[in-house]
Design a protein around this ligand. Structure first.
Ligand SMILES: [Zn+2]
Ligand SMILES: [Zn+2]
Ligand SMILES: [Zn+2]
Ligand SMILES: [Zn+2]
Length: 165
């Protein structure tokens, strides 16, 4: 579990009141009204919310999973250092990698294939250098049209942006 932090001032001077419901003390002072937010999805708790039991904002659990700083630590996994959860670029389904085989996974819901490390759907990844050179010279290769810049582990920020979460 992440250390509780305020999504507005990013400080940890927060009071967790009820499960996901929290209040930031510095922000409340600054804004001269109670600044309440959801610990899980890191958004302001709606003023008109009838309850403080559970968050009613859309995609709360999806955002919470993508914002989590839990990483895959298995040294034998091809996706070591990646966030534990990814959102499928095709359908937003929350997916994880079983640690076996190459970084590419296929979403069981929409069959979109993508690289768990860099989130690209056509990642050249760790492909062999010969194929890379052929693709570079414009010679017919199975990698034509691929993004041949190196595969780097990215965080989930771009998923949140792309899906408007
Ligand atoms: Zn704050
Ligand atoms: Zn929430
Ligand atoms: Zn999918
Ligand atoms: Zn990749």
């Amino acid at each position: 579990m992440n250390v509780p932090k305020c999504p507005s001032c990013h400080q940890s001077d927060v009071r967790v009141l009820d499960g996901q419901y929290a209040i930031c003390k510095p922000c409340s002072k600054l804004k001269r009204s109670v600044f309440q937010f959801c610990l899980a999805c890191q958004r302001e708790w709606p003023r008109n919310s009838p309850t403080t039991d559970s968050c009613t904002l859309p995609n709360c659990s999806l955002r919470a999973a993508l914002l989590s700083n839990t990483e895959i630590t298995d040294p034998h996994s091809s996706v070591r250092g990646c966030p534990y959860f990814r959102a499928c670029p095709g359908c937003k389904a929350l997916l994880t990698h079983n640690g076996k085989g190459c970084p590419n996974i296929i979403c069981p819901h929409c069959r979109t294939a993508f690289c768990f490390r860099c989130l690209r759907q056509r990642c050249f990844g760790m492909g062999n250098i010969e194929a890379f050179l052929l693709a570079n010279r414009g010679i017919e290769s199975p990698f034509q049209g691929y993004d041949i810049t190196p595969c780097r582990v990215v965080d989930n920020k771009q998923s949140l942006t792309v899906f408007g979460l």
